[in-house]
Design a protein around this ligand. Structure first.
Ligand SMILES: [Zn+2]
Ligand SMILES: [Zn+2]
Length: 267
């Protein structure tokens, strides 16, 4: 168990009432049992509620598809963004220039800061391979200086090599990427000893983050981790609503919960 230092209480206060840890449920500190429940489970990749399966629908498609063997070694979503609540609004608002203090951006920064401080090392320990690089998923709309790169990536610090991925296809004007297409990214070559973290702001079906993770592996990295800050949950999906009804109110965000092991114990 990681104890949070007093100096980090202000950062925690910013987010505790708005964010909820991904994969941490009401009344229990671990989802280990639920993985084997016949009624439902949480996707072992993205953390979304499923009807008792190992993977949710979109992650299952990925695992069964052409790139299923090239997926991430670890996927560690930090919090659930729930559509219709403040957490679901923050993931859009943090990107907008507001001309004043952007509280959503402050919360996204706080959750990133707490993750890097308390659990970045867990990615290294879990697979026995030091994290060496971090790369942000580039904007699907071709936006330069995206806040994911300019405001959140810097929390990963100077000790990691920050890599830029460029899209080789024209930006989409609307909609989200839905197919796995690693060839759309231009990347440097990695070494087999490299452990690359792919940083994503929001995982909906994961296509962008998974595409970049596959591309990173195809460019030689030995270990690939995806850290989606938010796993978006949409209550209009039956399974999500069903799960929320049984878990509300979700426990407030707790940085002592490890997003890598999905328990209160770090590896
Ligand atoms: Zn999933
Ligand atoms: Zn940890």
């Amino acid at each position: 168990m990681t104890a949070i230092s007093a100096a980090d209480v202000p950062a925690l206060k910013l987010i505790a009432q708005v964010f909820n840890n991904a994969c941490r449920e009401q009344g229990i500190t671990s989802n280990q049992n639920s993985l084997f429940s016949a009624e439902y489970s949480l996707c072992v990749l993205c953390g979304a509620p499923t009807a008792g399966y190992k993977y949710c629908f979109s992650c299952n498609n990925f695992m069964r598809g052409d790139y299923g063997t090239l997926g991430p070694d670890i996927c560690a979503p930090l919090f659930y963004a729930i559509e219709g609540r403040q957490s679901g609004t923050d993931i859009y608002t943090y990107k907008k220039p507001l001309g004043g203090v952007n509280r959503a951006l402050e919360r996204m920064q706080a959750v990133t800061y707490l993750f890097v401080k308390y659990h970045l090392k867990c990615l290294s320990s879990a697979v026995n391979s030091m994290v060496t690089h971090v790369v942000a998923v580039p904007s699907g709309r071709g936006r330069a200086n995206h806040p994911l790169s300019t405001e959140l990536l810097p929390y990963f610090g100077e000790s990691l090599i920050q890599v830029e991925a460029h899209r080789t296809v024209p930006a989409r004007t609307k909609g989200r990427q839905s197919v796995i297409a690693p060839s759309i990214f231009e990347l440097p070559q990695f070494r087999s000893t490299d452990h690359v973290v792919v940083l994503e702001d929001t995982w909906v079906a994961g296509a962008s983050a998974l595409s970049l993770a596959v591309a990173v592996r195809q460019h030689g990295a030995g270990v690939v981790t995806i850290v989606p800050l938010a796993r978006l949950l949409e209550p209009n999906y039956d399974r999500t609503r069903w799960w929320l009804e049984r878990n509300d109110p979700l426990p407030p965000y707790n940085p002592e919960f490890c997003p890598v092991t999905r328990t209160s114990e770090c590896p």
